[in-house]
Design a protein around this ligand. Structure first.
Ligand SMILES: Cc1cc2nc3c(=O)[nH]c(=O)nc-3n(C[C@H](O)[C@H](O)[C@H](O)COP(=O)(O)OP(=O)(O)OC[C@H]3O[C@@H](n4cnc5c(N)ncnc54)[C@H](O)[C@@H]3O)c2cc1C
Length: 471
């Protein structure tokens, strides 16, 4: 008779939500199992964050080589080997996958390679290549992530199209790409393919690309992407798609009501993601829209069942999933923990990049906070100019009375690396005065944060002088 194995905590899904939860549970001394149907690392490592950043590094180098010509650094003519680029992408993924496997082994976590279904009463069925297995779980953490959501566009059924799940492994560099969706993922792919010399067109239904981000950052990115030759249609509603002899045609109506017919050899649909819920189909969990509903302890509506990451909606970012995974593991292990979303850095990996944290000016005003905004342009940064990257800005949104920093938006090169300083200030409830006092290394682009803070402090001083004169 096969003995059913019992665990303190069983995690379903091995992405950044699930594997971080499993590692943390094991660190807390809990007997832990992780069930993953596909590859360790989830969407982020295999079909998301990491392959896209690997390709974007190629894009950055191509742009640098081209820019260098004007600086007197000449190379021969540029040739691109997509197969080598893909191999490098695969090598990076393999290496990181191996790293996660090693950590799980070190944590003595049992990894089941199979499809998990959570049944009532703490039973998890695992469908593996060698047959079905059943494990018992005192607590379950659901971290099954999400899948590209494909909208019901007329004609799409009879057209060969890609999503972010398939686009990384297309055989050749496309000559032309139409991307439906100008959100965070769509603009990343637009950047990648434009640098590979494909003609890129982005179709976005909202009135601007990256509609969830700061309006000024969106305007900046639109300008920068157009400079690369990317065509952007906003306020454009897709009517239908069709394919003839490998040529895909996207018919849409633009903001002015004009019908557009956009042709390309590659069609990428990048219109959001839907949660993977089949693992919990038998549980009847309460939902928050299409997602699993959780409280701040990551508890679902069913005792002993937690959920984290893309499957609960919200931020749908890898670092959010991991933070939620730690909270779920703490609570499942008998400690008390709550998620704190106050400081959630958001990065858009285009060339140049966008990064932000905290509240926008509009959001702060809606919450009744009296705010001021201070912006410093990269054109005033010695490092940005010497690097030939003078486009961009750092914007600090701060509370008017005490100067507490409540939001930061950065646009320009390397800002995804720089947003953590702003995040740290916000985490520690720092003020513009403190940021203006902290010595920053020179020359660095991070000085733009310091300069914006100095200007903010000067304005606060002028304001209080004027007020005291009035008084
Ligand atoms: C192109 C792209 C680029 C991205 N770039 C970034 C970025 O730069 N930064 C960032 O923060 N985020 C990025 N994201 C988002 C990020 O990938 C996700 O937010 C993150 O992966 C969510 O983690 P997760 O653990 O919740 O789910 P996932 O990473 O989706 O992992 C879930 C795992 O569960 C497994 N699974 C599902 N059902 C079952 C089951 N029943 N049994 C067993 N296993 C199951 C799946 O196979 C998968 O491996 C990007 C996404 C895409 C698509």
């Amino acid at each position: 008779m096969i003995m059913t194995k019992s665990y303190d905590i069983v995690v379903v899904g091995g992405g950044p939500g699930g594997y971080v939860a499993a590692l943390h549970a094991a660190e807390l001394g809990k007997k832990t199992a992780l069930i993953e149907a596909d590859f360790l690392g989830g969407t982020c490592l295999n079909r998301g964050c990491i392959p896209s950043k690997t390709y974007l590094k190629h894009s950055e180098i191509i742009e640098q080589i081209e820019k260098a010509k004007d600086w007197g650094i000449e190379t021969g003519s540029l040739t691109l080997s997509f197969s080598k680029m893909k191999k490098r992408k695969d090598d990076v993924i393999q290496r990181l996958r191996g790293g996660i496997g090693f950590l799980l082994k070190q944590g003595k976590i049992d990894v089941y390679n199979g499809y998990g279904s959570v049944l009532p009463g703490g039973v998890v069925k695992v469908k593996t290549a060698d047959g079905d297995e059943t494990v018992k779980a005192a607590k379950v953490i659901v971290a099954t992530g999400s899948t590209p959501a494909v909208p019901p566009i007329a004609g799409l059924d009879s057209v060969q199209f890609d999503t972010s799940d398939t686009i990384f492994d297309i055989p050749d560099i496309p000559k032309s790409v139409v991307i439906i969706g100008g959100g965070v993922i769509g603009v990343e792919f637009a950047t990648i393919f434009a640098s590979l010399k494909a003609q890129v067109t982005v179709v976005e239904a909202a009135d601007r690309i990256i509609p969830t981000e700061d309006a000024e950052a969106s305007k900046f990115l639109t300008k920068m992407l157009k400079k690369k030759g990317i065509k952007i249609h906003t306020g454009a509603k897709v009517q239908k798609v069709q394919e003839t002899d490998g040529v895909k045609t996207v018919v849409c109506v633009d903001a002015k009501g004009k019908e557009l017919s956009l042709e390309a050899d590659t069609l990428l649909v990048s219109t959001g993601r839907r949660p993977n819920l089949s693992a919990v189909a038998e549980l009847n969990l309460e939902q928050n829209g299409p997602f699993i509903k959780v409280n701040e302890k990551m508890e679902t509506s069913l005792p002993n069942v937690y959920a984290v990451g893309d499957v609960i909606g919200g931020w749908q970012l890898a670092h959010a999933a991991s933070a939620e995974g730690v909270v779920a593991a703490n609570n499942a292990a008998g400690e008390t923990d709550q998620i704190d979303y106050k400081v959630m850095p958001r990065c858009i990996y285009t060339l140049p990049e966008i990064a932000s944290v905290g509240l926008s000016e509009d959001e702060a005003k809606k919450q009744g906070i009296e705010v001021r905004v201070e912006k410093f342009d990269f054109a005033g940064s010695g490092k940005a100019l010497s690097a030939g990257e003078p486009e961009g800005f750092t914007k600090i949104i701060y509370e008017a009375k005490y100067g507490e920093i409540i939001g930061v938006v950065m646009a320009g090169s390397h800002v995804t690396e720089m947003i953590s300083e702003a995040s740290a200030f916000m985490y520690l409830e720092g003020t513009v005065e403190e940021a203006a006092k902290m010595i920053h290394p020179h020359p660095t682009i991070s000085e733009t944060f310091f300069e914006a803070a100095v200007n903010a402090v000067n304005k606060m001083r002028e304001g209080s002088k004027k007020n005291s004169l009035v008084g």
